[in-house]
Design a protein around this ligand. Structure first.
Ligand SMILES: Nc1ncnc2c1ncn2[C@@H]1O[C@H](COP(=O)(O)OP(=O)(O)O)[C@@H](O)[C@H]1O
Ligand SMILES: [Mg+2]
Length: 323
């Protein structure tokens, strides 16, 4: 797939498993992620729409309660599920597993030890949990497609950094394991343990392998597409440039920009015309800078985009169909 795929190409492409919507706060990420998820489900793909934004708004957008950190079936559409990731819940589960000794005493000690060392502690919990969920769904074949409603740019860039950070963090733990083995033998004796518990180390090793696999999948344009959502205003355009630059650095395929909230022509309204001229000038800049990307224009609606009906309407425009 070397040509630039339009949104329509992406949405109706069987091989695309992950679609991420990202950009500045308030530009329309959640609305676009919701609309794309709806289109996917209606196309027959078993679809999960997943929010990694700690300030979730998926529930508000679908006008259904999707909170609580559990996968919830979305009413009114077949084959569509929603999930707002709860970092607190994920962290509590992680700490439980650690303190219960489920992951083995060495893992707990190593985690504690590394946690105390500056610069080697695990990455931010929100992002790490979100990435953990991503890993889960990479292996999970119960969904044909997972649509990510991401947090504003800064958070999302951190999320995309997680695989590299975790990979090197786990690499360090596993290396330390060698050096710590004599200390561990002593510790096991102290705790009255017998055999060395291999499983926790194997688990870490497997996690490291899974992360490497995820890295490969996330940079494969036949599996993953990151859609950048923006509005035609200078600040958002700057942020778009930074975001696309970083996506490029992380090798995340991104060849689509949605320019949202374009003010329609209205000669009777001076205020609207002035704002429209400003927007059109920024839109031209975006088109100039990103002439090699697919750009989709979405008008500013005369009302909020909410519920299945609103998201359906947005979806039609996203894929270039008249509703
Ligand atoms: N094209 C549009 N026309 C009208 N309202 C819109 C449009 N796009 C988004 N909105 C509204 O703007 C607000 C923010 O949108 P949202 O999708 O939640 O943005 P984000 O997830 O980027 O913060 C919501 O109230 C949404 O209904
Ligand atoms: Mg949002």
């Amino acid at each position: 797939m070397n040509w630039t795929m339009t949104l329509r190409d992406i949405v109706y492409n069987d091989s695309i498993k992950f679609i991420l919507a990202g950009g500045k706060g308030g530009v329309g990420k959640t609305s676009c992620a919701g609309a794309i998820a709806l289109l996917s489900a209606r196309q027959g793909y078993r679809t999960l729409v997943l929010s990694t934004d700690p300030a979730h708004s998926l529930s508000d957008s679908f006008d259904q309660n999707l909170a609580g950190g559990e996968i919830i079936e979305i009413e009114g559409v077949d084959k569509l599920w929603g999930l707002e990731i709860s970092a607190d819940k994920g962290m509590a589960e992680f700490q439980d597993a650690m303190s219960s000794g489920q992951a083995g005493p060495e893992a707990a000690v190593a985690a504690q030890f590394l946690g105390d060392m500056g610069g080697m502690s695990p990455p931010g919990s929100d992002e790490a949990m979100a990435f953990g969920k991503m890993l889960e769904f990479l292996e999970d074949s119960s969904y044909d497609r997972v649509v990510f409603d991401t947090a504003p740019t800064g958070h999302t860039l951190k999320l995309l950094e997680v695989p590299d950070l975790l990979d090197s963090w786990l690499g360090k733990i596993l290396t330390l394991r060698q050096r710590m083995s004599s200390m561990m033998a002593g510790l096991r004796a102290m705790m009255g343990g017998g055999q060395e518990d291999e499983t926790s180390w194997q688990m870490l090793q497997r996690t490291k392998e899974k992360i490497s696999a995820a890295r490969v999948e996330l940079s494969n344009p036949e599996l993953t597409q990151f859609i950048v959502v923006t509005i035609p205003e200078a600040m958002a355009v700057f942020e778009t440039q930074r975001l696309l630059g970083s996506l490029n650095t992380y090798s995340i395929p991104s060849s689509n920009i949605i320019v949202n909230q374009l003010i329609p022509e209205n000669p009777d309204c001076r205020f609207c015309s002035t704002r429209r001229d400003m927007q059109q000038s920024n839109l031209r800049d975006i088109k100039d800078i990103y002439s090699d990307l697919s750009i989709t224009e979405i008008p500013l609606f005369d009302m909020e985009i909410r519920g299945i009906e609103g998201l359906t309407k947005l979806g039609h425009i996203l894929i270039g169909e008249e509703p």
